[in-house]
Write a new protein. Structure first.
Lengths: 326, 368, 326, 368
């Protein structure tokens, strides 16, 4: 078991899936010789050649549109969109075709492809490079939206996504790419798509997060324990959509209180669905309204003000305390 | 030379073989057997008659909106005639004749245009894609298939169709660029039927031809008389051979005409003249080709009539089959099938909701 | 006052705004001679000429991208996207530029444009012609999403949208285009953007809907009154985003029960935000969980099965009764 | 003629005036006054020196990521030099020299690349657009501005810039098509700097030139030595005059080179050779133009040095101004400004939340 960054862990998943299965091919901008702007595909072109690690012209709709054709053919293309802020160009291809071809052909065709893209803030980037708009995909029937929160689950979920028979949007929190290392087993490992995890057990309050927000949620849980003696349960969604609320309901049924956390703008954001599922399934167990700690309904500001936009442990603790005081 | 003209390496050609009156340019006549010629004719006629029948059915309210193909049969059949079953065919939405030639059952169209997804199921051996409604989007799927075919070192080629309107879309551009960059075995067939709903091709582009757009990608472009099935066949044959032998993609512009409305929801009298339609009516690809076949002695009047009758019977049988089939279809709960390989829990919950609703609806109907 | 269909009412708004203000220009596919595939722009080219009613080549990204340039110049372009199912092509232009140029230039520039598009089911259309995906826009900071529910408010809201200094997504329920007529005053009339309306007063239950769903909601309210003696309040959102929840909170504070209705897929859909706002603002007044009656998380089926997908009065009544029984 | 080649009407030309060694093609020499020549030189040098200074600042952590322009000064200045203040300039993101020429204050770049939105505010008289990062997207805004200018019957023209990579994007295609269809006063300047991050232009397109893409739109295309400011100037002058007089759009390909990294986050040694960079270094537009000016007698060495000093002082003053300015900026609550003309109620609520959070954060800092 080696200690890896999330970048290395994702690289490992790609490497292993490609070694095992020649249907797996990568395509995207600058993923070859350059190894991707975040170096996620570093070294893969040397190992697998330019036939399987394909540098494309600068055209996102084409990357995804071609991947759809490749997937229908029987390959398992993994696209890299350089930043999720440029994934909007692919919207019509994903919504109108990737998400629909199985349905349109009534099961005759399928689109086993993955669209990987770095998302979210925290790296002092230029405009369009820090957005968190996973809700667009989550609201799109026919897609799956998977968001890992660290090296080990990133590796395991990406392997599962590549093997998945349906199109998967795989959002990688770029703030986590090199934020910390984790033991990642050399032997293959997958995690089921569609299954949230309890990452810390507690009885008084539930925090629900995913991606880069799991770490501040854990930090907040620590603070709540040491400063307030509150036992906080933390759930890492891992898959945003299709959302399986069973574990969330279980937790909130027990704790009666919850805070949902995401970087995305609040309104019509991912948290709203989680709140609604909890309202529908655990209403009579709720002792206080579920709070949302999220990005504001703004364009995420350029980096000098960014830290005031992104949720952090302090904001989560504040919301938790308010929830607990009700 | 500091200031000079740049020559573009790739050729841009025009091709026509059989003129409006069925007169042949002998040296260009493709070498086709009698059986092949008859097959070409039969496929065009089947496309024509089926289209006419669909229009009748639509007018009777027996199917919903659909896009008629009348006038474009030669562009479609001349091109796909060059494909092998192992090749891929990636249509837009106005390639009924070509789809039928490729093996899509007639009744499937009727199901589809009657609002049954089941009509989009293609036969098992089929490698083709179902119709793509978002204009131009399918060009990229075709490029992806062609990329995969060359990755697998097969000699499959991919032929995709799109209209004159589609050439304005970004996806057309991106797809052709990709095909050229990777030298993919792609044949891009533009059915320039002069109109994109109400927008004439002159307002779609400032270029006198669509074929010249090939120069933006460094690939050969050819403009053919799209109502001349022999010219389309010959141009597509060259392109298919080039693609199959690793020579890369080709853009073919078939100059043709949409004789009917855009879809049955459209009223073309709002935007084009009867005279224009009449003019193109005279360039109808089918009588022209019949004249050629008769002149050549490939067929006699009797055989033509015979083919006509066969085609009508085939259509009638399909209509009956479809109407039978539709009686069995339509269980609302089926809408939950085939979104994902495996139904996620949230959809299982929603499916029960629909089940309950169907029960309530049934009760309402029986008690109401 | 003439009785008009929604198509005629929208046409009237365009006509009057164009007459008054030569900054208003229309662009889109087939909006000229053809008058638009739904005839919304019928006759306008005769009145204002092809310089102001511009038939464009078939390129949605270009329509919106150009409109952005035109708006920056100082015009008030109104784009028609032929069907909302083809609006995805414009996503990157709307998200990355229309929604941001005011912000990006810190108030120096603005993008006073409208993107009109027919959305929703009920007209036996082909694939991609019946979707209801307004949540994509509603989740996009910098845009406003307005959805009228009938001829009179369509006219008044469109006039307001055209005059609005910011980009407005104006979704027109195509099922309503010719569904009924309403008196529409000849003299100018606008309605404020961002202001929901109570369209029926009641004390026992609140139904919240917009667009084509207001009618089945009203029908359901009638049924609930005649069959169950329940007094139902119905709120028509009119503006989905920015969402002003004040009226909703007021109503639910009174009734304690609510059902939210939309055609869009449920998960991560518009209803989730409404539920969340009510949770946040009226939790202690809720006597039952808020229910959602929505499209399923599916591609809307082709028309033979469509009526089973779309919410209707029966489904709303069922949900209301369950809510009332809790 | 049933089979024949089609001629494309629009011209495709190549232009160079001043070669790598500063030797002139006399007959093509543009008629520019001494003041104009000096202005050209000064603008290029200012762009160069400011870029170098930004790189220093970035390496010292005093600004964030930015895209250096070194080597592309002639392509930028030669082109925008033809614009009037009333014209519109629509940049991508690597047009620092051109933006400065157009009047964007130096300090605004430093604010911007230090993460302050305030750096994107352009002076009040400015009609230009701020930088556009999504590749190719701005071509459509330029087309829209040009449409508006012609709707208003002004003689304004619009000049937009983009890279070689941008030519693969759908928006480039759609924008140029629109410009041609409506014959808009648009000058589309492609800075072909050979690379789109790590992708060389040969992998971006199968065509030997980018200028020939003009043929897809029925507009003139010209390829110029983009490191030759006189050639760029002359080509742009023709295009601007054509556009201004109603002659429609032009595509100009400036063949140049990005001598530095893509952005300061990039490491070009991963994908290109030192030799290639060296080769292009020898084609540097600035020494070449200096040689020409010296040879012509427009300037002497002393004046060149003088200009160099002035430029350095201007830069130094701007750095100081920016660093002063930044001390005043950064109130987090400002992030709520300027999203909408009027702040909606939901944002007012969220703003109070941030206010509370800022207070809590301050407390944490002072107590923690
Ligand atoms: C992206 C997109 N925009 C708009 C439409 C609506 N629409 C359907 S067909 C059509 C015209 C297509 O013209 P053309 O490409 O020439 O094909 P034709 O209909 O003539 O076969 C339009 C605008 C669509 N289907 N897809
Ligand atoms: C739509 C989009 N995709 C990807 C990117 C990331 N990106 C920024 S610049 C660039 C390369 C641009 O190449 P080119 O157009 O040649 O311009 P240059 O950088 O050489 O000036 C890429 C891929 C982006 N900004 N926008
Ligand atoms: Mg057409
Ligand atoms: Mg470049």
């Amino acid at each position: 078991m080696a200690k890896m960054t999330m970048v290395q862990a994702i690289n490992l998943a790609l490497q292993q899936e490609m070694t095992k299965d020649d249907r797996v091919v990568l395509l995207g901008e600058d993923i070859g010789r350059d190894g991707g702007v975040f170096r996620v595909t570093d070294g893969l072109i040397d190992r697998f050649g330019p036939q399987r690690v394909v540098d494309t012209p600068l055209a996102e709709s084409a990357i995804v549109g071609m991947a759809i054709g490749m997937a229908v053919y029987g390959l398992h293309p993994v696209c890299e969109i350089q930043f999720s802020g440029f994934a909007y160009h692919t919207f019509h291809q994903l919504e109108s075709h990737a998400a629909r071809l199985r349905w349109r052909s009534q099961g005759r065709l399928s689109v086993p492809m993955v669209m990987r893209a770095p998302y979210g803030g925290g790296v002092r980037a230029l405009e369009h490079h820090s957005e968190s708009r996973e809700a667009y995909w989550a609201h799109t029937p026919g897609l799956k939206t998977v968001i890992p929160s660290g090296p080990r689950n990133a590796r395991a979920l990406l392997a599962a996504a590549i093997r998945d028979p349906d199109p998967v949007i795989f959002y990688e929190a770029k703030g986590l790419y090199r934020a910390f290392r984790e033991e990642v087993p050399e032997e293959e490992e997958t995690l089921p798509i569609g299954r949230p995890q309890i990452v810390r057990e507690g009885t008084d309050l539930t925090l629900i997060a995913y991606g880069a927000m799991v770490r501040p949620a854990m930090e907040a849980a620590d603070l709540l324990q040491t400063e307030d003696g509150v036992e906080t349960e933390v759930i890492d969604l891992l898959t945003l959509s299709p959302l399986d609320e069973a574990l969330l309901l279980q937790s909130v049924t027990k704790t009666g209180r919850a805070v949902v956390i995401h970087e995305a703008p609040r309104s019509f954001g991912p948290g709203a669905e989680i709140v609604s599922r909890l309202m529908e399934g655990a209403f009579y167990h709720l002792e206080a309204p579920i709070a949302r700690v999220t990005g504001y309904d703004l364009i995420i500001p350029l980096f000098s003000r960014e830290r005031w936009y992104l949720p952090n442990a302090r904001r989560i603790v504040d919301a938790a305390r308010r929830t607990l005081s009700l | 030379m500091p200031r000079h003209d740049i020559e573009v390496a790739d050729r841009l050609e025009y091709l026509s073989i059989l003129d409006e009156d069925g007169r042949l340019d002998q040296p260009l006549e493709p070498q086709l057997s009698d059986d092949e010629l008859k097959a070409l004719y039969r496929a065009m006629l089947l496309g024509r008659r089926f289209d006419e029948r669909m229009l009748d059915l639509q007018r009777q309210g027996r199917i919903g909106t659909f896009p008629p193909i009348k006038g474009q049969e030669a562009s479609q059949i001349g091109a796909v005639f060059n494909l092998r079953p192992e090749d891929w065919f990636v249509p837009a939405f106005r390639e009924t004749a070509a789809e039928i030639w490729r093996g899509r059952p007639l009744d499937s169209f009727l199901l589809y245009f009657n609002g049954y997804n089941e009509g989009a199921i293609l036969p098992d051996h089929h490698k083709d894609l179902p119709i793509a409604i978002p204009v131009g989007s399918q060009v990229l799927h075709a490029a992806g298939l062609a990329w995969a075919a060359s990755y697998r070192r097969t000699d499959e080629v991919v032929m995709t169709f799109f209209g004159d309107g589609a050439t304005s879309q970004g996806d057309f551009h991106e797809g052709l660029n990709m095909a050229a960059v990777y030298q993919l075995p792609l044949i891009a067939v533009c059915q320039n039927n002069q109109w994109a709903i109400s927008v004439p091709v002159e307002k779609q582009t400032h270029t006198p031809t669509l074929a010249q757009k090939a120069h933006a990608y460094g690939m050969p472009g050819i403009r053919v008389d799209g109502n001349d099935v022999l010219a389309v066949y010959a141009a597509a044959k060259e392109a298919v051979e080039r693609a199959r032998s690793g020579g890369g993609p080709t853009l073919i512009e078939c100059v043709t005409y949409r004789l009917m409305m855009h879809t049955t929801a459209d009223d073309p009298r709002r935007y084009r003249s009867e005279e224009e339609v009449d003019q193109w009516q005279r360039r109808d690809p089918i009588p022209r080709f019949a004249k050629y076949l008769l002149g050549k002695g490939t067929v006699g009047e009797a055989l033509l009539e015979d083919i006509g009758n066969q085609v009508m019977q085939e259509i009638q049988a399909a209509v009956e089959r479809a109407e039978e089939r539709m009686k069995e279809l339509g269980d609302p709960l089926d809408m939950f099938d085939h979104l994902y390989a495996e139904m996620p829990s949230s959809l299982r919950t929603q499916r029960s909701e629909l089940e309950r609703d169907v029960a309530a609806g049934d009760k309402e109907v029986s008690h109401g």
